[in-house]
Design a protein around this ligand. Structure first.
Ligand code: NAD
Length: 362
């Protein structure tokens, strides 16, 4: 049977309902529209704490199964992200199958908005990879169940700077736990991926006086960010054995795996990417055995979710930032829980999130 926690597991034995059962999903909606070419899937994982809020990703998946697995895993992650952050939200996510640079049209986005609207508020969307605030403006023409809209339209705009602030808070809490002080000055930090979140994180880190190394496959962006914040670039992909204090994955998921853990010299992992652990249990254990402190991804990258959540009741940036600042305390709480209960930091975070959902159910 497919192991939902292992992103590399075989999908030969592909059974959608069985996967939903294993992961406890409430609903999966398949959308198909011949006229606009829209092919999308909306996954609602759990609505115990509130409506399922999660972004829409537009991606050219190799096959339908990849899209289904992605949306199931991402929506499940949103449930725990909202729960651990203390938001009255459930977990959901959507994927649109296609190339966002060539296949995105206003008609397609509006048709997607119609599908979102048909769920009556059970699912609320926002932007994710391949989407922008301007796409959400098109979606909004068909539904009110959308967040991540531009500031000038009363929304919170791009949530990435707030995500970066939360990651920065989680990283400082990790330093406090590991080295007794949350001061990142002179700490050597590798940031992998200097896109929307990574660049904002580099700004915070360099302002504090950290020694920041950056890596990105987009070499033009890498050069621009390095010149702007005066940091060293690593241009190849031989980054995992670098002698750094902190590794911050801000590009892709699954970069923490058998191969990379073997190479790691860092003492802390704290980054923005979703689903960093290739195998949640195995690789969280391996990090712990090696003495590497792991700040759970869904805990420290919740700033963007906090920001879009704030739009639901009238956007208030200061409130969103204040709530994101609390990621510092929650991260410390999770590290203590992990030590007290002798479980990994990932398990501790998941346990707290599940406890909150169970409490609400009761
Ligand atoms: P982005 O697309 O703006 O940036 C990602 C960067 O990573 C790009 O510059 C890209 O060139 C680079 N990259 C891609 N593959 C790479 C590789 N193999 N090696 C090095 N660099 C590589 O995305 P983003 O919005 O900055 O998000 C970064 C990560 O954080 C994603 O995993 C995303 O899911 C997660 N995340 C983002 C937010 C948010 O608010 N944007 C919130 C939560 C989680």
């Amino acid at each position: 049977m497919l192991d939902v926690k292992n992103v590399n597991d075989s999908v030969e034995d592909f059974q959608v309902i069985e996967m939903m059962t294993q992961m406890n999903h409430e609903q999966l909606v398949f959308c198909n529209d011949k006229e606009t070419g829209l092919k999308a899937i909306i996954a609602i994982h759990d609505t115990t704490l509130g409506p399922a809020l999660g972004g829409t990703r537009m991606w050219n998946y190799d096959c339908d199964n990849d899209a289904i697995i992605d949306v199931l895993r991402l929506s499940r992650g949103m449930t725990f992200k909202a729960a651990i952050t203390g938001l009255s939200l459930g977990g959901g996510k959507a994927v649109i199958i296609g190339d966002s640079s060539t296949q995105k049209t206003e008609a397609l986005m509006r048709k997607f908005g119609e599908y979102v609207n048909s769920l009556g508020g059970k699912y609320i969307t926002a932007e994710d990879v391949g989407m922008s605030a301007s796409d959400m403006v098109q979606v909004k023409k068909e539904t009110d169940f959308v967040t991540g809209i531009p500031v000038e339209m009363g929304g919170g705009g791009d949530p990435s700077p707030v995500t970066a602030f939360g990651v920065y808070m989680g990283m400082k809490a990790s330093a406090k736990h590991k080295w007794g002080s949350d001061d990142l000055k002179a700490k050597k930090i590798l940031v992998q991926g200097v896109g929307h979140v990574g660049e904002n994180l580099v700004k915070y880190l360099t302002e504090e006086g950290a020694e920041v190394l950056i890596n990105d496959i987009n070499l033009a962006n890498l050069k621009r960010v390095s010149e702007l914040y005066n940091c060293q670039t690593i241009e190849d992909n031989l980054i995992y054995d670098l002698d750094v204090d902190i590794y911050s994955p801000c590009a892709l998921g699954a970069t923490i795996n058998d191969t990379t853990i073997e190479q790691f010299k860092c003492e802390v992992v704290a980054g923005a990417a979703n689903n960093q652990l290739q195998d949640e249990e195995k690789h969280a254990n391996m990090l712990q055995e090696k003495g590497i402190l792991y700040a759970p991804d869904f805990l420290i990258n919740a700033g963007g979710l906090i920001n879009v959540y704030s739009e639901i009741n009238g956007y208030d940036r200061e409130k969103a930032i204040a709530q994101t600042r609390k990621i510092y305390d929650t991260t410390l709480e999770i590290f203590s829980k992990s030590e007290e209960e002798n479980i990994t930091t990932h398990q501790a975070a998941l346990k707290l999130a599940k406890e909150r959902i169970a409490q609400a159910k009761n």
